[in-house]
Design a protein around this ligand. Structure first.
Ligand code: 4NP
Length: 159
């Protein structure tokens, strides 16, 4: 089982969108027993809250559910519980280093930024719609990047 964690700042806008879109792609590919999608935030302001209304709207427009999804904060054990930690921007990637376990344990996850999945775009970060209000732009990036991520993971699955 491959475990994927998307990380943003508040865990209410970008990373829950990625979690839900990626899970939808996993389900449509029939890989729900092989790949799991989750998300977390580096901040603690929105703990226990459902996705932002803007994220809900985009998911609803695309027929994707967010049942039971509630914001939580990143934690040290995420480094041992996940195979891929995909940070929506470079600040998120820098911020999670504060939870790095001491030493260099085996089986550490691949940590990447989401836009590393879409290098041809030359855009370093998924813009934060909490400030821009542009959830459509984020959805388009998330949709494209999740396709690439699933293809990459599928190529590693032993069948
Ligand atoms: P997210 O957006 O990181 O995509 O969930 C944000 C949500 C909340 C805040 C910042 C960004 N905030 O400052 O409360």
């Amino acid at each position: 089982m491959i475990h994927v964690l998307f990380v943003c700042l508040g865990n209410i806008c970008r990373s829950p969108m990625a979690e839900a879109v990626f899970r939808d792609k996993i389900n449509k590919a029939g890989l729900e027993r092989e790949v799991v999608s989750d998300s977390a935030g580096t901040g603690d302001w929105h703990l226990g809250k459902p996705p932002h209304a803007g994220t809900q709207t985009l998911l609803q427009q695309h027929g994707i559910g967010w049942d039971g999804m509630l914001a939580r904060q990143f934690r040290e054990s995420d480094y041992s519980d996940y195979d891929y930690i995909v940070c929506m921007d470079n600040r998120n990637k820098a911020d999670i280093a504060q939870w790095l376990p001491a030493g260099d344990p085996p089986g550490r996850p691949q940590v990447l930024t989401f836009m590393e999945l879409l290098p041809e775009r030359g855009v370093p970060d998924v813009p934060d719609p909490y400030y821009s209000g542009n959830f459509e732009e984020v959805y388009e990036m998330v949709e494209a990047g999740c396709d690439i991520l699933l293809e990459r993971i599928k190529s590693t699955l032993v069948r």
